[in-house]
Design a protein around this ligand. Structure first.
Ligand code: TLP
Length: 340
């Protein structure tokens, strides 16, 4: 199978498995796992933050951040297509009693005007707007990178208006490689950032939440409240260290493969794809002739897995476990199965 459903399907590398087998461990709920601590220090350094916390998933990283930044009844401004808004089962409402205030950012990236327009006036009967959540790269919109100037402007407004800012950087390293800007620069000015190890970086599980030391202290408590306090989890952190040390630069290869795939798909009659939107490892395209559900079934029967992304869109994601040859093969199969 050529599995293009997500970069989450990557399996740990031999070096990761070896490091996992040999990892020095302790009880991380007592904060005594040396490998976890090493991973957290490395991540804090890479992201230019005071401290970091290893969490089981990206979703938990986002939710811990939201719960620490907010109080029940407050509002969170976010893009209407963000992962937090769409794919985290309403966690902020379910666990935190906070209200999402979605804005329709251009390609998923809200402008300063949009953010400013969504901040509630400080009148006693209004919700208090507390937090702004941003996403880079943007998943639902096809892996685009937040335009730098727009991001800075948005941060300026947030600072002026006293909002905390959380960055869902599940694929922040993809944004960094695509733009040539270090991850720490992409995270500069935010109060918290989450990065994921288990997507393009190929670790089996785990994400990191980074921020100021006092924020992380609270995040440790919130992680435990959500049931995310793990024990000898240095086993997983060992793979995470390899992910940060050795798997970031190779994301460029995934981006090249995504471009190759997108260009191949663009030439297939009945497919519509915005090539300018393909900036990292995600390719989203419309299928006008064959309904995405049928197309996905046909692709599957020929050995290619993808996701039906919406009623008229398909998503394909490139990653470590798909070679250039397989990308070309998948394009040929797509051409064949979309003919009738
Ligand atoms: N994204 C997954 C699915 O949930 C859609 C994928 O296959 O792309 N933020 C962003 C931007 C994400 O894309 C994801 C996962 C998460 C957060 C959540 O991470 P996990 O799956 O570790 O909870």
């Amino acid at each position: 199978m050529i599995d293009l459903r997500s970069d989450t399907v990557t399996r740990p590398t031999p070096a990761m498995r070896k490091a996992m087998a040999e990892a020095e461990v302790g009880d991380d709920v007592y904060r005594e796992d040396p490998t976890v601590r090493r991973l957290e220090e490395k991540a804090a350094e890479l992201l230019g933050m005071e401290a970091a916390l290893f969490v089981p998933t990206g979703s938990m990283g986002n939710e811990v951040a939201i719960l620490v930044h907010t109080r029940p009844g407050e509002e969170v401004i976010l893009d209407s297509q963000s992962h937090v808004m769409n794919y985290e089962l309403g966690a902020m409402a379910a666990f935190g009693g906070v209200m999402p205030r979605p804005v329709a950012g251009e390609r998923g990236f809200p402008t300063a005007e949009q953010v400013e327009g969504a901040i509630r006036a400080p009148i006693y009967y209004n919700c208090r707007t507390r937090l702004l959540c941003l996403e880079n790269t943007h998943n639902m919109q096809g892996g685009g990178v937040y335009p730098r100037d727009r991001f800075q402007e948005v941060l300026r407004i947030a600072r002026e208006r006293g909002l905390a800012v959380h960055l869902d950087g599940a694929r922040l390293f993809n944004a960094s490689i695509a733009s040539g800007v270090p991850a720490r620069e992409l995270a500069r000015g935010v109060d918290s950032v989450m990065v994921t190890l288990s997507k393009g970086l190929a670790a089996p599980a785990g994400s990191l939440l980074a921020g100021k030391a006092d924020f992380i202290q609270e995040a440790v408590r919130m992680r435990k409240r959500l049931g995310g306090g793990m024990r000898q989890v240095g086993i997983l952190a060992a793979a995470g260290i390899i992910a940060l040390d050795f798997m970031v630069d190779r994301l460029a290869e995934d981006h090249d493969h995504a471009r190759l795939l997108a260009e191949g798909l663009a030439g297939i009659p009945g497919f519509e794809i915005d090539l300018a939107a393909v900036q990292t490892n995600i390719v989203i395209f419309r299928s006008a002739r064959v309904a995405p559900r049928d197309l996905a079934e046909r692709l599957k029967s020929e050995g290619v897995l993808c996701l039906c992304w919406s009623s008229d869109e398909i998503r394909m994601v490139t990653h470590l476990d798909v070679s250039r040859q397989e990308i070309l093969q998948a394009t040929d199969i797509a051409r064949r199965v979309s003919r009738h």
